[in-house]
Design a protein around this ligand. Structure first.
Ligand code: ASP
Length: 440
């Protein structure tokens, strides 16, 4: 068996669903379990409607629901889904009216509403494919932390074992239910998680995540076009890249699959002939130092200096407590005896943070910076990597450096205006002559 997960863009229209059907049918010998997201941006629209309803904007909320209803009809009536859509939207409309009366939005009612996208898309896709529909709420058992629920694996796996799968089966991603049968969701973007939970639970041969990109690339295409496709990558490398803004998938969602040694593939539903990126626990045997260059734009660099830090303890604690209090996450850090440099990507509360820091330190901040991060398992084993990085970046002003925390990443901070040049120079250095087994 294989699990095939299709994200919002891969089910956003009739044409997309037909493409999906072609792809799934070509894999029928592997008894696919298809996991789908809500159509297009449906989840966002549902959450907006819920918010409008409780804010006293009942009519606007109902208008949003109407727009969604028309969208689903326009794209899916041709598959015979008209009645199905009506039933779901009647229930949804009642829910939204109820919320407008109550004027209160609990996590539990957020889940009741946001689950509609996948409840409906999975039924529609099952129709398109003539496949067996399995209601995820009868299978994925979760705790009661609505909107961020965690699966109970033992119970879920037991239920997965008992299912009589069809030749093709379809399930909604993202949704589940508590032990009491109340609808819950696994958190935004949760369909990848569903795919991984189901794949691990049934012992699938592989889990395919179908998206709208060719897989992971050797560089961010919005910074530097023309990167190569990474054919094969270790889970740890993929996780590192995901953190640095390669938004292909959230690493925590594939953990159940990786723990069972099930490969996860990233594939493009618009170009199914491309072999995508294969993520495995161990990764490929490769001589290449790096697998990819990741970037994070719009970074703020904060330099904190204090002579009081010399030989004192508890100084870093004081600094990080302040960032914690203002819920500002710190990405890179470098320290010397009397100073700390760090980067943040959300500077909205920097003024307040700064005022508090200035009670015991001098603070300077620099905006419009970018992190450039060379990622690869082999960075830790090979000597001379830093030399090659700095030689490649000889014409770029490097503001901060970090290597070591994960051993598989070497990161530098540069001015955003130098970002493209930095990526281009590093790409030339590390990806000109590489192993064709690993790079496209
Ligand atoms: N539809 C959900 C979301 O937009 C889950 C998913 O697509 O993975 O967050």
């Amino acid at each position: 068996m294989i699990v095939m997960k299709f994200g919002g863009t891969s089910v956003e229209s009739a044409a997309a669903m037909e493409r999906l059907a072609g792809i799934v049918r070509s894999r029928i010998a592997q008894r696919p379990i298809v996991v789908v997201s809500a159509m297009g941006k449906t989840t966002n629209r549902l959450l907006e409607a819920a918010q409008l309803a409780v804010n006293g904007q009942r009519n606007e909320a109902l208008e949003k629901v109407e727009t969604l209803r028309a969208y689903h009809h326009a794209e899916a009536d041709r598959f015979g889904a008209s009645e199905l859509i009506e039933e779901h939207f009647q229930e949804l409309t009642e829910l939204v009216r109820g919320l407008a009366i109550l004027g209160e939005l609990t996590p539990r009612s957020i889940d009741a509403i946001s689950s509609f996208g996948e409840r409906l898309s999975s039924r529609i896709v099952a129709l398109v494919l003539g496949a067996k529909h399995i209601d995820s709420r009868t299978v994925v058992v979760t705790d009661e932390r609505h909107t961020q629920a965690a699966p109970f694996y033992a119970e879920t796996n037991e239920r997965l074992q008992k299912i009589e799968w069809g030749e093709i089966s379809v399930m909604g991603g993202f949704i589940g239910a508590t032990l009491n049968g109340v609808t819950s969701t696994l958190g935004r973007g949760g369909s990848d998680f569903t795919a991984s939970i189901v794949g691990a639970g049934v012992g699938a041969e592989e889990i395919q995540i179908w998206t709208d990109v060719d897989g992971m690339l050797t560089c961010d295409p919005t910074v530097l076009p023309g990167g190569r496709r990474v054919k094969s990558i270790s889970f740890a490398e993929a996780a590192e890249l995901a953190y640095f803004g390669a938004k292909v998938l959230h690493p925590s969602t594939v953990v159940p699959a990786i723990e069972k040694n099930i490969p996860v593939l990233i594939l493009n539903s618009r170009r199914p002939e491309v072999a995508g990126t294969r993520i495995t626990a161990e990764g490929p045997k490769s001589k290449a130092v790096a697998k990819s260059i990741a970037c994070k734009k719009s970074i703020t660099l904060v330099n904190i200096q204090s002579t009081r830090m010399l030989m004192a303890h508890g100084f870093l604690k004081r600094i990080f407590e302040i960032f914690d209090r203002y819920e500002t996450s710190v990405d890179m850090i470098a320290t010397s005896e009397v100073s700390v440099s760090l980067t943040i990507d959300n500077a909205s509360r920097l003024d307040t943070i700064r005022r508090e820091l200035e009670e015991f330190a001098e603070v300077e901040s620099e905006q419009d910076k970018a992190i450039v991060c060379l990622v690869g398992d082999n960075i830790r084993w090979q000597s001379g990597v830093a030399h090659r990085v700095f030689r490649a970046l000889e014409n770029v002003n490097v503001r901060m450096i970090s290597q070591g925390a994960s051993l598989r990443n070497l990161s530098v901070v540069v001015a955003q205006s130098d970002l493209r040049e930095a990526v281009e120079c590093l790409h030339r250095e590390f990806f000109t002559d590489v192993d064709p087994e690993v790079f496209g």
